[in-house]
Design a protein around this ligand. Structure first.
Ligand code: GLY
Length: 392
């Protein structure tokens, strides 16, 4: 009976997928045309693509380090995995070697984003030992930011910067959940549970404190590092302290599904479903499934969309459907149909050779508004790759 049910579902999903602007394979191939040109540019410049400026000129990752620098090599690794074409492996290696020395940084919480998506992928795809130690080193650097009074890994350092002007002492952002994947991986590959214990503690503290009863999350919580007391619940990248910044919701969804993948603790799965329900049932969730940059942005529908949030949510829902019997798959396919259409996918040769248009970095900072961004492409390719693995 179970087999018949899954076959019917697979058939219906395949039919639905055929009705969309293209098959998964065709979408991946179309993306590859853009990414091939981006690869050439990246190799010529010896830089990692991040976005484009107002004149459409490519912008590279920032110095001295950039939280997005792992996404481009990660995208190249996914291209390599699909095509087995050495040119993608070479591009991935060239890009990740540009920042390998960042593995020991202890002043940044984004080491998981940076290293799990690059060297971590390299290790999982090639099995080559040389990548493993880099991941372990980055995990060792990341856990220096864990504070047991708070039960979290600190996000931003508070030095003489805008964080200190806001009086913060130990800020933790919801995005930080995504860095836990590298800690879970580090425990899997070393057999040392310390990384995993920190990841679980951080996930539990964040589940307890960062989320509202409706399943939405605050962006930033500031903690007292001595007592663990919460001193502020605010935003940095969202519309307001009480709003639901879209990418924050997307990170939370993706991350608790990932926590379930590593722990099989059902509370994470239930929580991910709660976040999914908030997103998918929100009155401001648009018909095409690609969120406005903030669910509470004041001028919806005249507000920028954030394709990166759409791509992250789609990829997350595909994994969620693995654990919940496919009921989120239709929603994921719907988002991907939208992203693959001409409203979001750029024409070949345009958009700085990025695949997707219309992402938002940070509106409050006036940064990267309605532009392509490397992480939107990364999660779009990941979502399509996840579908491809399922034969969809
Ligand atoms: N800090 C990661 C983001 O902008 O989503």
């Amino acid at each position: 009976m179970k087999i018949i049910k899954s076959t019917i579902l697979l058939l219906s999903l395949t039919v639905l997928n055929c009705k969309s602007p293209g098959t998964t394979e065709a979408r991946l191939e179309k993306s590859e045309q853009q990414l091939t040109a981006l690869r050439t540019l990246s190799i010529q410049e010896k830089k990692i693509p991040r976005s484009i400026d107002k004149n459409g000129k490519n912008i590279w990752t920032r110095q001295p380090y950039d939280w997005t620098e792992g996404f481009w090599p990660g995208t190249c690794w996914m291209q390599y995995e699909r095509t087995q074409d050495e040119k993608w492996k070479e591009a991935a290696i060239a890009a990740q070697n540009l920042f390998i020395h960042h593995k020991d940084l202890t002043n940044d919480h984004d080491l998981g984003f940076i290293f799990n998506n690059s060297f971590g992928k390299a290790y999982r795809i090639t099995g080559e030992e040389k990548y493993k130690q880099v991941l372990i080193d980055a995990a060792n650097a990341l856990i220096t930011r864990f504070n047991k009074n708070v039960g979290c890994v600190q996000s931003w350092d508070v030095v003489d910067n805008w964080q200190s002007k806001r009086g913060w002492k130990f800020p933790v952002i919801v995005d930080n959940l995504m860095n836990l994947e590298m800690l879970f991986e580090a425990s899997e590959i070393t057999g040392n549970n310390r990384y995993r214990e920190i990841a679980i503690t951080h996930a539990n503290t964040t589940m307890q404190n960062h989320f509202r009863p409706d399943g939405s999350s605050y962006h930033v919580l500031d903690y007292n590092p001595e007592t663990g007391a919460i001193s502020a619940k605010v935003t940095a990248q969202g519309y307001s302290d009480e709003s639901a910044w879209s990418r924050g919701q997307a990170w939370g969804l993706y991350a608790y599904i990932m926590c379930y993948r590593y722990t099989k603790d059902k509370k994470y799965l239930d929580f991910a479903e709660k976040i999914a329900t908030f997103i998918l049932n929100h009155p401001n969730y648009p018909e095409d499934g690609v969120p406005y940059w903030d669910f509470n942005a004041p001028n919806i529908p005249d507000e920028p969309r954030d394709a990166s949030s759409g791509a992250i949510i789609a990829s997350a829902l595909i994994e969620l459907s693995d654990y919940t019997g496919d009921r989120y798959m239709q929603q994921a396919l719907h988002i991907l149909d939208s992203l693959a259409g001409s409203a979001y996918t750029a024409k070949e040769g345009e958009n700085g050779h990025f695949v997707l248009m219309h992402s938002v970095g940070s509106i409050p900072h006036g940064n990267e508004i309605d532009v392509p961004i490397n992480y939107a492409d990364y999660y779009y390719i990941e979502a399509l790759s996840r579908l491809r693995e399922k034969g969809l």
